[in-house]
Design a binder for this molecule. Sequence first.
Ligand code: ATP
Ligand code: MG
Length: 286
Amino acid sequence: METKLRIAVQSKGRLNEDTMGLLAEAGIKVSVSKRSLLAEARNFPVEVLFLRDDDIPRTVADGVADAGVVGQNELAEREAHAEVVRHLGFGACRLSLAVPKSENYTGLDWFEGRTIATSYPVILQKFLDEKGIHAAIHVITGSVEVSTGIGLADAIFDIVSSGSTLVSNNLREVEVVMKSDALLIAAPGLSEEKRAILDEILFRIEAVQSAADKKYVMMNAPRACLDAIIEVLPGIKSPTVMPLAQEDWCSIHTVLDESHFWHIIGKLKEAGAQGILVLPIEKMIL
Ligand code: ATP
Ligand code: MG
């Protein structure tokens, strides 16, 4: 029988769409019928096991799944021994302590003797131990942010991304305890065959990710401006320069980092570039 790599993916929730999207961009097509727990890829030796994110770290650590995609926060909370293969960049958030806005927060000592509500008791306890703070932890699995308002706790420890949930519950973020994004994790001791499948997936993911923040830029300019234009392009060994039908003009093609983009476009125009076209790049093999 053909060896398949079984990957655990959150069945629904915040990580499901990005994870399935990443697999799809890596050319791994999985037909998902809503009810099934296990789905096979049509064109790649992979099967996807759909689970609640709480169960993914243990399932991978135990080798029931060979790999998985899960939030770093969830992996830390479950204390599962899985190998972290790659940070995937999506699902970014942080785990923070927050106190009611009305409190006069002066520092970590504020938490001494207080009650903190959270769904992440393991991570919180470790942090409190490290800091030598004694506080009671009240474990609750949902709607942690309302805990202070209803008198269940003095403070909360929860996931924050934009911070708007905190604001609408009259809370103030006072300490960031950990930052998190989605991780690709693997079971310990994968067979050589499975490791080879995982490596192929990684290779494809990298091609997609290296392209993600890059743009393909084309422009026309008089040949006389070429040196000035090349000067502006950052860290590019040599852009492609092609002649145009109109003599003394050329077309310059290069790859630009999205973060530099607006800054450089202005300079390119000043240097004499015209008709600048910017195209997305789907995949990039370095
Ligand atoms: P499940 O039903 O699978 O147990 P869940 O309700 O525990 O799902 P989600 O809310 O779907 O979990 O979040 C999954 C992960 O997405 C979180 O553990 C975290 O790593 C990440 N995440 C990113 N941004 C946020 C956010 N704003 N709120 C919650 N989680 C976020
Ligand atoms: Mg969960």
